[in-house]
Design a protein around this ligand. Structure first.
Ligand code: KG4
Ligand code: ZN
Length: 350
């Protein structure tokens, strides 16, 4: 089995990992949360500068932790899209330089494919076809994983991503960044039925009902804003933060679960793999697990450390492409967006 070293730097985590046979040998993650926290979100210019500072120490640490030498590494992979361009460039330049210096093949990886592959790290027996519910800070998608490297996105968000909604609602409640983990924690003390909130259905044209798989979270965010303002007017000194967090989280979990189950049944699939930072959410885990059981479906969530951005998931995707004889040219650039359906553009077959 090949051994792949991968670099991830698409947003606010610098990560370098080494994976072989879907087994993580090293996974070093330098999080920038502390840096961006004071601004309530990621500041792209600061992110790329911090990646530049951290990339070499992360590479050194991953190599040291693995106990391997460069001759043991078969290929170098790196996230090339989608993401913050200035941040992506840092990781990709480091990865290409390593590929050149050590004379290894280079593989450009789509970040969302990485999130899909995070599920294989926890469940090596997982095999396509399956449905992936991908819920991160930048994306909310239902992806039909048809076979290795072949994807069809059948549902997405029309506005805010699920993680983005957690982050924005946390800001409304004066909670820290990122919002997901703190809302998840506070929600444990609250009543999920304290407030009824809109689930964010997306209407189809000509009164044809609602889109079965698409979601919208901006209406929910606005409803939270109005609710918080109303409650503050009534009682300026005590906001029922736990109940607000629990009700918001419940609504998001319900919206995502309904769409994922419906899509899985409609596509005649029996497995849902969840990926992205919001896959760490406890309400989503419980609701989806229970609903899937009711419909005789299997659900896999990656281990918590592989839900948020990490190099191991990129290396895992890189390993599969390497085995399938895909290679990326060193002239491959980065891009802020690319549809998952187009990833063959990243490779030529050797
Ligand atoms: O996948 P990720 O690390 O970065 C992107 O590719 O976007 O996801 C980060 C997102 C943030 O919006 C964060 O608030 C959310 O994942 N998140 C959570 C939880 N942990 C992280 N959302 C809900 N519940 C959590 N426990
Ligand atoms: Zn991500």
């Amino acid at each position: 089995m090949p051994t792949i070293l991968a670099v991830e730097s698409s947003c606010d985590e610098t990560s370098v990992a080494i994976v072989t046979n879907r087994n993580v040998i090293a996974n070093v993650v330098a999080s920038q949360i502390k840096l961006h926290e004071q601004y309530g979100g990621v500041v792209p210019e600061l992110a790329s500068r911090r990646h530049l500072e951290m990339i070499n120490p992360c590479i050194d640490q991953a190599m040291t932790e693995s106990g391997l030498s460069w001759s043991d590494i078969d290929a170098i992979a790196s996230t090339v899209t989608p993401g913050l361009v200035g941040s992506l460039i840092v990781g990709v330049t480091a990865a290409k330089t390593l590929a050149m210096v050590h004379n290894k093949p280079f593989l450009g990886i789509h970040h969302l494919e990485g999130h899909i592959y995070a599920s294989y790290l926890g469940e090596p027996s997982l095999k396509p076809p399956f449905l992936c519910l991908l819920v991160s800070g930048g994306h909310t998608s239902l992806i039909h994983v048809i076979k290795s490297g072949v994807y069809k996105t059948i549902g997405s968000t029309r506005d805010d991503a699920a993680g983005e909604a957690f982050d924005k609602v946390a800001r409304l409640l004066n909670l820290s960044y990122p919002g997901g983990p703190i809302i998840d924690k506070l929600a444990k003390e609250g009543n999920p039925h304290a407030f009824k909130l809109p689930e964010g259905k997306v209407s189809l044209p000509n009164n044809q009902g609602y889109h079965p798989y698409d979601s919208s979270f901006s209406g929910l965010k606005t409803a939270m804003l109005r609710l918080i303002q109303g409650l503050q007017k009534e009682n300026p000194d005590s906001l029922p933060v736990a109940d607000l967090c629990a009700s918001f989280q419940y609504t998001v979990a319900q919206a995502l679960t309904k769409r994922a189950i419906r899509a899985c049944l409609d596509l005649n699939l029996d497995t849902i793999a969840v990926g992205g930072g919001v896959a760490a959410n406890s309400a989503l885990r419980n609701t989806l697990q229970a609903e899937a059981q009711n419909h005789n479906l299997q659900v896999f969530f990656p281990p918590l450390k592989y839900c948020t951005d990490n190099g191991a998931m990129i290396a895992c995707a890189g390993e599969e492409h390497f085995i399938n004889k895909m290679r990326s040219p060193l002239s491959l650039g980065v891009s802020s967006r690319m549809n998952l359906e187009n990833i063959e553009q990243l490779y030529s077959v050797n």
